[in-house]
Design a protein around this ligand. Structure first.
Ligand SMILES: Nc1nc2c(c(=O)[nH]1)N[C@H]1C(S)=C(S)[C@@H](COP(=O)(O)OP(=O)(O)OC[C@H]3O[C@@H](n4cnc5c(=O)[nH]c(N)nc54)[C@H](O)[C@@H]3O)O[C@H]1N2
Ligand SMILES: Nc1nc2c(c(=O)[nH]1)N[C@H]1C(S)=C(S)[C@@H](COP(=O)(O)OP(=O)(O)OC[C@H]3O[C@@H](n4cnc5c(=O)[nH]c(N)nc54)[C@H](O)[C@@H]3O)O[C@H]1N2
Ligand code: SF4
Ligand SMILES: [Mo]
Length: 655
């Protein structure tokens, strides 16, 4: 029997594709793009096809497990949930609910996920996280300039006569932008990629500008100066819709264009190229990526780019804008999180989660419950995170595979994938909300987190307040979507475009205190960290092309992670292609396989994030756990490293 079902990909990816799943005799055999999806239009990435292998992987954990005397044993759901409930009750009775930390990750961000936190709020309100491992800094910076971060609908980029991908690599991370880019170029428009690395997207570009990591603010200021000195700025916008221009201009006046370019690590010709694109290809759209967020002073860069957009007259204009992301939890009834049920509870800063858990007192963190995350691999300074998890008495892990985090857990609750559950998902890359329709029966004994928390709630006095069907809950959670005229039955059949502007700020009104676009007025580069000569290379751990974050299996790992270094730099260090090297940072070190690259900047070491520590990867053993100054983001790239040859015994030796 062959059957097709439409659904939506819920993986941590801004594309949020509409999919068509084909099932034969109850087994998923194909996962393709849904041609009926208005934005993703039948495209889906190679990772979608590969996902079938993940669903049926022999490594997938498909039964609840309890660790006894250090060894995992298969358990029934009743035994696992009884144990979890018993420990929760004991911790709450003795230390209060804030002794429990709920760590909700980015693995799946659907409507029903709101109920995970609702459960913990019914429990009395536990410790949760604040800040972000992903987009915090960019959001915080854009809120300062625009009041709210609102992006152009991706379909509006079709009106662009040029596009600047700034720290973003959609060929790997956001494929539905690729046909739009190709169309812009086909009609004579230009693509500029600003990225220290020659990414796959740079290969599509007319111009690739490679600033030093974190140097983008100066590049943006240089281009802005050039536009101003050509008299090509948008006077009308500046006078009628902005605030702070005089101070911004004063900041620009502190440097010559050459000085700015030098600080950015680019040539004056690069800055001129950027300015020329903005002056001659009106309108140009600027798309900010997440690569820009991972710096302590990310707001210096992002605010300077926003200001460049304002000077060049692309704000509020079709085909223009400085766009970044969308609110994936935005379209739901926020009361369903349940935060209003309790007074405000303790939160821990996500970018420093290891340290924060270790320092939490009164009560200390005694129990950790992880959903859809792999913090032991993906949070910075993972050795510290491991120490923190080991300090907790009891760790519950809901997930798919025996990854780095489950290695520190006491109970493993096997979760379904999106192909085995009914839900609704919005996107952080566009304005459509889509149906998650169950395509196959849950593999083994896997349960959706909704059913997990439902069964767990049944063990508590508040059971009745959770006890409703998923469909009933979705009616409530999605009530704002229903109010926009989309009933859930219609949503099961296809994506719905939320009520969101195609072109934000077209009315020239901003949600800032002045109601105007706010130019940056407090730029002080003296606070930015300098380079420690012992660690001369900036470690960039970027999104891999083949995987999403740490979603892999043990079998999919090469023995060592690859790191890429400029070839001349490697020669200077006496290192050769294919050599095993030791990469050291102020917080840790790892072994890696060295690859040389003749085209790369000399001041970076490039690697792909997401490989597991237990498989010999674990790049976050190197990263520093600090928080961005604005937006509580995680400056993963604020880590500098040294590279040296490995001697056989695991000690590093100077070349
Ligand atoms: N294939 C795949 N797709 C994914 C993911 C994945 O892991 N794999 N992850 C998903 C997630 S969680 C996210 S947040 C998004 C991320 O999506 P993107 O932002 O597109 O991807 P990143 O690799 O995080 O960063 C983009 C680029 O920023 C560059 N960069 C680093 N530092 C700087 C800098 O100082 N200046 C400039 N101009 N550029 C810089 C990097 O070299 C990189 O090429 O992708 C999502 N999609
Ligand atoms: N060094 C370095 N580290 C980084 C970054 C970087 O650029 N460099 N980028 C950061 C970014 S942008 C992000 S978003 C974070 C991601 O950080 P995390 O969210 O902690 O990590 P993921 O690898 O996405 O792990 C998500 C897990 O959830 C599982 N999962 C998926 N759906 C479900 C579900 O419904 N229920 C349950 N229980 N599990 C599910 C997946 O199988 C996967 O194991 O990592 C950050 N870490
Ligand atoms: S991973 Fe991203 S691009 Fe691939 S199918 Fe899912 S949403 Fe689409
Ligand atoms: Mo992310």
């Amino acid at each position: 029997m062959r059957k097709t079902t439409i659904t939506t990909c819920t993986r941590d990816c801004p594309n949020t594709c509409g999919l068509v799943a084909t099932v034969e005799d109850g087994v998923l055999v194909a996962l393709r793009g849904d041609p009926g999806h208005p934005l993703t239009r039948g495209a889906a990435c190679h990772k979608a096809r590969k996902y079938i292998r993940r669903v049926y992987s022999p490594e997938r954990v498909v039964h609840p497990m309890i660790r006894r005397d250090g060894r995992w044993e298969r358990a029934s759901w009743d035994a696992a949930l009884d144990l979890v409930a018993e420990r929760m009750k004991a911790v709450c009775a003795k230390s209060g609910p804030e002794a429990i930390l709920h760590y909700q990750g980015y693995g799946e961000r659907t409507a029903l996920k709101l109920l995970n936190r609702y459960f913990f709020n019914l429990l009395g309100g536990v410790t949760t996280l604040r800040g972000s491992l992903c987009g915090g800094a960019g959001q915080g910076a854009q809120e300062l300039d625009f009041g709210r971060r609102v992006s152009h609908d991706p379909l509006d980029h079709r009106n662009s006569r040029a596009m600047i991908l700034w720290g973003r690599n959609p060929v790997s991370t956001n494929i539905s932008l690729v046909p739009i880019i190709k169309d812009i170029r086909k009609s004579g428009g230009k693509l500029v990629v600003v990225d220290p690395v020659r990414s796959r997207s740079a290969a599509l570009a007319d111009h690739h500008i490679a600033p030093r990591p974190g140097g983008d603010g100066y590049l943006a200021m240089a281009a802005s100066r050039l536009i101003l000195s050509a008299g090509a700025e948008d006077r009308g916008f500046i006078e009628n819709h902005s605030a702070g221009f005089a101070q911004y201009r004063e900041i620009l006046g502190r440097y010559s264009v050459d000085e700015l370019c030098e600080r950015a690590g680019v040539t004056p010709a690069d800055a001129q190229t950027l300015a020329d694109i903005l002056m001659r290809h009106r309108p140009t759209s600027i798309l900010l990526g997440w690569g820009l967020h991972r710096y302590e002073y990310a707001h210096h860069m992002i605010r300077a780019i926003d200001a460049l957009g304002a000077v060049s007259g692309i704000i509020g204009v079709p085909g223009g804008g400085v766009s970044q992301g969308f609110e994936e939890y935005g379209p739901y009834d926020q009361d369903c999180w349940g935060d209003q049920l309790n007074p405000p509870r303790r939160t821990l800063l996500m970018p420093r989660v290891g340290e924060e858990i270790l320092n939490a007192g009164n009560p200390r963190i005694r129990m950790i419950f992880v959903t859809a995350a792999n913090p032991l691999c993906m949070a910075p300074n993972s050795a510290r995170v491991a120490e923190a998890f080991d300090r907790a008495e009891f760790v519950v892990y809901s997930g798919h595979f025996m990854d780095d985090t489950s290695d520190h857990a006491d109970v493993f609750l096997p979760a379904t994938t999106f192909l085995e559950e009914d839900d609704v998902v919005a996107s952080y890359g566009h304005n459509y909300v889509g149906p998650v329709n169950r395509v196959v029966e849950p593999v083994g004994e896997c349960r959706s987190e909704f059913h997990m928390f439902h069964a767990l709630a049944a063990r508590f006095p508040f059971a009745a307040r959770f006890r409703r069907t998923a469909a009933q809950w979705l009616e409530d959670i999605c009530s704002p979507i229903r109010a926009q005229g989309c009933d859930l039955e219609a949503l099961r059949k296809g994506a719905f475009r939320l009520d969101a502007p195609m072109v934000p700020h077209a009315d020239g009104i901003f949600a800032t205190p002045s109601g105007r676009f706010q130019f940056m007025t407090d730029f002080d580069p003296s606070v930015e960290p300098g380079v420690d000569p012992r660690y001369p290379y900036r470690l960039l751990t970027v999104a891999p092309h083949g995987y999403i974050c740490s979603e892999r299996t043990m079998a999919e790992h090469e023995p060592l992670p690859e790191v890429r270094l400029n070839a001349a730099e490697a020669r200077r260090l006496g290192l050769r292609d294919g050599m095993e090297v030791m990469v050291s940072s102020p917080v840790g070190r790892i072994r890696a396989l060295l690859r040389l690259d003749a085209t790369m900047r000399r001041d970076i070491l490039l690697a792909e994030r997401g490989g597991w520590a237990k498989a010999g990867h674990g790049l976050n053993r190197l990263t520093r756990d600090i928080s961005s100054r604005v937006g509580q983001g995680t400056p993963f790239y604020e880590t500098s490293v040294s590279v040296s040859a490995c001697s056989g015994d695991g000690e590093s030796s100077a070349p």
